[in-house]
Design a protein around this ligand. Structure first.
Ligand code: FES
Length: 136
């Protein structure tokens, strides 16, 4: 049985097939809402070495943790609020940038360039020795 025959048998025409196909992927709300987090990063681990230099960043637990060019650690949710693509930290412009459609967010997660229209979730970062704690 072909897909067309299957859909015809189910009483679903071309429009219905499109609707079915879009249920999982056409919504702008397809990116999950950022959840509260509470985790640590050990700066001694190689996986977190990027945070040892200004401008570096890492991902963990759905969060992007970055070290600004002035040496401050900041953290926001890593999924762009437009359609969920992972953002990067653009250390030259001091923004989180999504290459999918060009959205940019400031270091607090606020939108500075669309199409995203809601902010990234900002997390609190504290440091004790080589342990960085991200909460919020
Ligand atoms: S998914 Fe980020 S700008 Fe569209």
């Amino acid at each position: 049985m072909t897909r067309k025959e299957f859909l015809a048998q189910m009483g679903i025409g071309a429009t219905g097939a499109l609707m079915v196909a879009c249920l999982g992927g056409c919504s702008k709300a397809s990116n999950p809402a950022p959840v509260p987090v509470n985790f640590t990063l050990d700066l001694n681990l190689p996986a977190n070495a990027a945070l040892g230099q200004n401008g570096g960043y890492v991902y963990s637990n759905g969060v992007i943790v970055a070290k600004t060019m002035s040496g401050n650690l900041i953290a926001v949710s890593q999924a762009c609020t437009h359609q969920g693509v992972t953002v990067v930290y653009d250390n030259q412009n001091n923004v989180f940038f999504c290459s999918a459609h060009g959205s940019a967010f400031n270091t607090s997660g606020a939108v500075v360039n669309g199409p995203a229209n809601s902010p990234l979730r900002q997390y609190t970062v504290s440091t004790s020795g080589n342990i960085v704690t991200i909460t919020g």
